[in-house]
Design a protein. Sequence first.
Length: 201
Amino acid sequence: MGESVAEAAKRRPGRPKKGPMERLEQFSIRLPIPRRLELEAIARSKNESLSQAVERAIDIASRVIEVPQEEGQSIEQILQRGRGRLVHDFVDRFFKLDSFGVISLIMEKNPLAYRALVLPESLLMPGEIFFQQLLKTLAADPDNLDAFKGFIEKGHLDRILKSCNAVAGIGIMFEDYSQELAENASAFALKWAYEAIEEQE
C-alpha cells in the first residue's frame, strides 16, 4: 500500500536518511609522515578526499588480498560468503521476508555483532567464536523467535557479545558449559543471553 497524502505531507523535506550500508563511520588511524604524504598524493591525483582515497584503496585490496586460512579466497569473497551464512543460519531461520531489512537492522543496531557474524571463524577472536556458538544454539530452537527479534531490535546482540568477550578473556569458551548444554542447550543459551544483557545495562 502506498503512502497517503497526509503521510507525505508530514514527511520532512531534504535528503532521505542513509541506511547502515551507506552511513559513514568515523575512526582515526596513525600513519608515518611518508605514508600520509603518499595518501595525499593519491587523493590529489584522483581529485578525491582522503576518505575517498582510503575507501578506494580498501575496495581494491579486498579484491586482491587472499586469506590463506580460507583457501586463498579474497576478502571480498569471504565477506560475501559470510553475509550469505548470516542469512542462512539466522535471518531465514527466523525471518521469512525482507532478509535485507533484517541485516540492515543488525548492522545499524548491533554493528559489533554484525562483524562477528559475518567474518569466518578463522578470523574471529575467542569471544566472537563464543558468541557465534551461542547464537547458533539459540537459532536451533524456533521457540526463541521472539527473543531473537528483541535482541536485534533493541541492540542487545552487541551487549551479549561484550559478555562473551569478557568470559572468553578469562579462558572460558561456550563448549566448557558441557553439562548445561547436554541438559537443555537452547534453554541454557537463552538464559545466558538474558543474563549477559542484564550485566551490560
